[in-house]
Design a protein around this ligand. Structure first.
Ligand SMILES: Nc1ncnc2c1ncn2[C@@H]1O[C@H](COP(=O)(O)OP(=O)(O)OP(=O)(O)O)[C@@H](O)[C@H]1O
Length: 600
């Protein structure tokens, strides 16, 4: 099993049937709305096709009953040419229909994927810390792509079969109502086993989908850089493979069962479909012997009956398809219905933070109900000063910093910048004024330059070089064979921790925000790297309002104010000297960790 995966919800695996409600159908049809003209054209084409489809058996009937017995070659040629013409026209409009099908369905997928991506961008951090990773990818890719089949097979099949059933049924009754009744008598035989099979197939399909999603998650978790390293370092390859193989075996077994369920179903249908023509031959043959029916009529009748049974069989399958489609939409709508918790307030204004204080007043926050992570945090970080957060691991330092750019929403209290509640600022303006340097620097797999441009796409080469010089990383970069065009690898794996953090500092320097939040690296760096990082930090924090989770004594000493965080509250506040004099929590931490010069 992958890391930290949740157990599957039993109910989910039982595969409940989806609700085909009116609101659901209205919601689904809203996706078809922009393409209503094309959809209408498809419907017109389908009705023309269904008319054209009944012509060949009727033409054959005339060939057998008229042209051949009368040895009328002229009529024969005419009928054969008409038959040929019908086939060619059917083929041509078939091509147009295929194009339209694919145009409509692919565009619906296109719209949905865009909508989903934007929606997921709005989801709060909580969503990503709790959702199963493979799940997001499965919904974005296979679920939404599955929607494509809803139009190209489900909707089109339904309409086409309906047209064929009506045109063929009416023709059969006009030709001979008794024979038509006889041919239709067997139809209920198709419908009876369908419901049962539909349920079985539905259940299996749902279970298969879940297994595929679970499989995606294992792949995502164990074959990504961090997961891979964790797996290797803890030599869990065999265990992970065992987990993967088990789920792989289950999904394979389910898929075989699903396709077999379909096979038995088809076999039953085929058996029943052969009963109808036999009855027609028997009774039609009797009528022929009596002199009441022609050979051509019998042949045309059987051919038309074939045209009737095909759609009936498909319509019964369609029931399964519709339920499957609705389930796909349900899974997607589930995501769409999750409200992004953190959004702009209607009266939100753009923020201009130049020279503004950050104030926390009685701020409380909990990741999980009844387990407060922060309670009653009150402090002010004055404009242009540096505030250091120190305290034991798990005290709540990172949480405090994440609340400023509204990564999480506070439960009580108020956070103000420049005297205004941050909830009154637009998220975009708030976040554009905040630069975050984390310990775990995230670089995407591109060149160093591309990673830097992410902060400010219009930055010139000169701007980039200046930022990198200020971050003490320029000399290192130019010594690389590819310089600024060096590819950094997934998450920047090809660079050391210190190098990555300096690139991340350069990135924030390029962004040039008014507020800097920094989580100082705890990893022990050699003296030279440490010196460079300190210098880079000094450049970054100059004239900015900064909040630094400080681990190094030198940083703490340089701070204008130190906040000691303990058990989600501020235990002490003051300068280094003031806090030492207090002989409290800070003094304890200092005494324990002074020798290492690191507050980690
Ligand atoms: N996403 C999360 N969901 C639930 N609980 C969380 C989450 N992130 C942090 N916590 C919990 O909140 C508390 C505060 O964590 P936080 O990361 O703010 O501590 P910290 O002081 O920054 O610690 P460290 O110095 O080790 O990074 C901890 O008990 C932690 O387990």
């Amino acid at each position: 099993m992958g890391f930290g995966r949740m157990k599957f919800d039993e109910d989910e695996l039982k595969g409940q049937k989806p609700n085909i409600s009116k609101t659901m159908l209205i919601r689904i049809s809203s996706y078809f709305k922009p393409y209503w003209k094309q959809t209408l054209l498809v419907m017109v084409i389908l009705s023309i096709s269904s008319f054209l489809g009944i012509l060949p058996p009727l033409l054959i009937q005339r060939i057998i009953d008229r042209a051949l017995p009368n040895k009328d070659f002229h009529l024969l040629l005419l009928l054969v040419l008409a038959s040929l013409g019908t086939t060619v026209v059917s083929g041509l409009i078939g091509v147009l229909q295929t194009y339209l099908n694919s145009y409509i369905s692919q565009n619906i997928v296109y719209d949905m994927k865009n909508q989903m991506y934007q929606h997921l961008q709005q989801m709060p951090l909580q969503f990503y810390s709790s959702v199963k990773q493979g799940e997001v990818i499965t919904r974005m890719t296979s679920d939404i792509s599955g929607i494509q089949g809803v139009f190209s097979s489900t909707v089109v099949n339904f309409a086409s079969n309906l047209f064929i059933l009506v045109t063929t049924g009416v023709t059969l009754f006009i030709m001979n109502w008794k024979l038509a009744l006889l041919g239709i008598i067997v139809v209920p035989l198709f419908i009876l086993p369908t419901r049962k099979m539909g349920n079985v197939r539905w259940k299996l399909a749902k279970q298969t989908q879940e297994k595929v999603s679970e499989q995606n998650q294992i792949i995502q978790e164990t074959l990504s850089i961090s997961g891979y390293m964790l797996m290797k370092l803890f030599t869990k390859e065999a265990q992970e493979f065992k987990g993967f193989r088990t789920i792989n075996a289950e999904s394979t077994r389910l898929q075989i069962r699903e396709s077999m369920a379909g096979r038995w179903f088809m076999m039953t249908l085929t058996t029943f479909t052969s009963i109808g023509p036999m009855l027609i031959y028997l009774y039609g043959g009797y009528l022929f012997i009596q002199g009441d029916l022609t050979v051509g009529s019998i042949i045309a009748f059987v051919a038309l009956l074939g045209r009737l049974y095909g759609p009936v069989g498909q319509m019964t399958n369609l029931y399964v398809d519709i339920r499957r489609s609705i389930a796909l939409f349900e899974r997607i709508f589930d995501y769409f219905d999750m409200e992004p918790l953190i959004v702009d307030q209607p009266q939100a204004v753009a923020m201009n933070t130049i020279g503004k204080d950050i104030t926390f007043e009685q701020v409380s926050f909990a990741y999980q109900k009844d387990k407060p992570a922060l309670s009653n945090i009150t402090f002010t970080a004055a404009a242009g000063t540096m505030t250091a957060l120190v305290g034991p691991s798990g005290a709540g330092k990172t949480t405090i910093t994440h609340l400023i750019p509204r990564m999480y929403e506070i439960e009580a209290g108020q956070i103000r910048i420049g005297g205004i509640d941050i909830r009154n600022y637009t998220l975009e303006s708030l976040r554009s004024q905040i630069g975050l340097v984390t310990q775990d620097t995230y670089l995407f797999n591109g060149t160093i330059k591309e990673n830097l441009l992410y902060a400010r796409s219009e930055a010139t080469d000169q701007d980039i070089i200046e930022a990198c010089k200020a971050a003490y990383i320029h000399d290192f970069i130019v010594e690389l064979p590819e310089g600024y065009d060096t590819i950094v690898g997934n998450r920047g794996i090809k660079l050391s921790g210190g190098e990555k953090q300096r690139i991340s500092i350069a990135r924030v320097l390029l962004k040039n925000p008014a507020i800097i939040i920094m989580d100082e690296a705890t990893s022990s760096l050699d003296t030279i790297s440490e010196f460079y990082i300190q210098q880079a930090m000094y450049q970054l924090l100059q004239n900015k309002t900064s909040i630094v989770i400080a681990h190094r004594l030198s940083t703490i000493m340089a701070a204008d104010k130190i906040l000691v965080v303990q058990h989600g509250a501020i235990a002490e506040e003051g300068s280094h000297e003031q806090l030492l004099e207090k002989r409290g929590v800070y003094k304890d931490l200092y005494d324990k960790q002074f020798e290492r010069k690191v507050f980690a």
